[in-house]
Structure formats: C-alpha cells, structure tokens
Design a protein around this ligand. Sequence first.
Ligand code: ATP
Length: 425
Amino acid sequence: MSLGKRKGFIFQSSEIYGGLGSTWDYGPLGVELKRTVTDHWWTEVVSKREDVVGMDTAILMNPKVWEASGHVDSFQDPLVECGECRRRFRSDHVEGDTCPECGGPLSEPRMFNLMFKTFIGPLEDEGSVVYLRPETAQGIFVNFRNVQEASRQKIPFGIAQIGKAFRNEITVGNFIFRSREFQQMELEWFCHPDEADRWFEYWIQSRFDWYLNLGISRERLRLRPHEPDELAHYAKECQDVEYEFPFGWSELEGIADRGTYDLDQHLEHSGKDIRYLDPISHEKYVPAVIESSGGIDRTVLTILADAYDEDEIGGEQRMLLRFAPHIAPVQAAVFPLVKREGMPETARKIVNDLRKRAWNALYDEGGSIGRRYRRMDEVGTPFCITVDGQTSEDQTVTVRDRDTLVQERVSTGSLIEYLTERLNP
Ligand code: ATP
C-alpha cells in the first residue's frame, strides 16, 4: 500500500480531508495498469470474438429493474453492531458474538440493503428514489432484445460490459479489494438451456486462462466451486476464480449458470416478450445465461500483490514489482549516463521514438545509474536503456533486464524490434 501511494498507483480518495470510507483514486501509474486490465479483457472477450458484442449502459436505471432482479428485496447482508464501540460488521465476517475490535457484545443481526439510494428530480420523496447500480449485468439483461435484434446475433452469443458499480458494503477493507465504488467486467452469455452445462465449463476455463495470461502465478490462482448453501437462490452452479492474497484466498470473479432466472424475471415484470425466436427451428424460448462477473480493481490488486518482491543486490535491499512485461505501466526507461557529450539528446530521441509507438517510456537523468535503476524497479519497468560513451562511436546502448539484471548491448536501429519481441506476451 505504501509503495502504491509513493509511486502513484493508488491514493486514498479525498485524502486531504481525511478520506472517505473505502473509496480510492488511481494515480498516473495505477490508471495505466487499470487501462491495461480493461483493454486486455475487452480484447480477449469482445474484439477477438465474433460471437460477443459490447455495450455501455447507464448507472441509473428505472427502479423497477431492481424490483424485478430481486435486489430491492434480497440484495442485503446481515449487519451486527457492537454495544460498546458502536462499530458495525457483516455478521458472516465475524466469528462468535463479541466485537472483534473491543470485545463488546454484538447485537442480533438485522438485514441491511447494500444499494445506494439517491433521488431523481427536485423532490426528495419516495416516488423519486433511484439506485446507483450494484452490478452492471442488469443493464445487459433489460437490453437483451435490443442488442440481439440490432446486432443480428444468433444464440449462442454474449453481451459484455465494463462499468462502475456501487455497494454500500458494511465491512470494507483490504485496500481496493472491497470498496464501495468499483469497476466490474461482466459477460452475459446467452445459450439454449440444453447447452448451458457445456458453456459453463467452457467459460470457467476461458476465464481462468485470462488471469494466467496476465502473468499471474498459477500456484496462487485456483477455481473453487460454490457449496450448495453458498449458491444464490437463482444460480444453478457457480465457481469462483480465487487468488491467494497476503490476507488469504479471496474471490476475483464468479462464473455462474443463472439458468433463465434473469430474463424470466424481466419478462414477467415488464410484460414485454423478450424471448428469442430461433430462425431455423422456429422454437421461441427464454435463453439460459452463463455469467462471468469479475472486478477490475481486484485484478489490479492481484497484479500488484503478485508482482511485489524484495531481493538483495550487492548487499543492498531492493524493492521491486515483477510485472509481466506486456502489462507493465512503464515499458522502458532511458538514461543518459552523464548529462553531457550529446547523451541527453540521444536519450530523448529514443524516448520520443518509443512514445510514438504508444509505449510509456520515461526519461531520467537524475542521480547515479544505480539509483535510477532502483526507481524503475520499484515501478516494475522491465527494461532500462542507457546511452553511454560508446553510443556515439558504434550506435549501441545497453539494455538492462529488471529480473535477470543482465545488460546487453543493442544497436539503436534494432531497439524497437528488440523491445517488441520482449514486450509481447
Ligand atoms: P463478496 O462475497 O466478496 O461480497 P460477491 O460474491 O457479492 O462478493 P459478486 O456479486 O459476485 O460479488 O460480484 C462480482 C465481482 O465484482 C466480484 O467477484 C468482485 O471482483 C467484484 N466486486 C464485488 N463487490 C466488490 C467490492 N465491494 N469491491 C470491489 N470489487 C467488488
């Protein structure tokens, strides 16, 4: 967390006013990492596939959506309050009936709805209540027919969305793992109910591989099937992708067979026939849904936790982030060995060439080369390029690898090719 703040990955929101419970701001490097996660998801789940289309729906929706989806009645957690320090907890997050902070007695649990409420229009009365969406999925379900007809997709196909979601969580914490405002990446896959089992297995594998492709350690990732008593009432089956954080195994994403529940509910509550008509068999039916619902923020946290490392070089402690090169927020740094003999100009030219390719390249001439390497290790930059006395003689620079510490001489003309090979997964 402290490295994350010091280096501009993540700051506490409204920090100069004492912050706001569990809301976070992404700094210059954090936003790069977040964009990488977002782009990686969109590329793999949408762009590379003919059978998935994207959408971007509104955060505010007609409140009837949340009645139909079951959120108004049952999107709630059991809340207990300490009789002494008045702290509140989710009863399934505490063991026993005493306060984990002060040992005081805890109240009986009462149900607490997690949706944030606000008002639409100038009157703050019951009739003007709207909710900040607690998930992006409902925007997809209510648009099922619109999207299917407009895109002329045939079942099976998917609709994908990335967007903000809000939950008034009772217990928050573990940095950006559980916050009140977060970003989801959700895919709703519509298929014939007879085919749901097969697609469920397919998406479990596909989503698990997606995390591996970000370079996350396989031994800290696992799939965990939900126990029958953990399943949401509508879900037939669910498996979570989990990561072993320093605070234990925790959910990154849930893949669920939701059957026909969601579309059935909207069909019933809206009275609109949103069933699918198969153009070949002429069968009209409510498709089943396989959902994969993951968190961008949790993925960013996973990448940071997985990359964090400490080692020792020449008796000196080094703190570093071992990002896979293709997801590093800074791809390369360029240093002139000294601030004279044309070295800064050559180094700046290399930075410009790399930036023209939309790589995030940094120029740094401050302090000893060792200090500059250390600064780049701390933000996980995989390659550091140094322009030195030999550069003007034979047009070569040194490229130093963050992990192996090996320095290679590479000609400036083949630098782009050298980096392209190593920055692609
Ligand atoms: P939990 O049991 O941890 O509260 P959940 O099972 O209610 O989570 P889902 O409703 O399945 O979570 O949400 C899908 C995904 O959205 C989660 O896997 C997670 O990545 C992300 N997510 C949910 N709640 C939060 C939150 N408060 N902060 C950050 N990400 C979240």
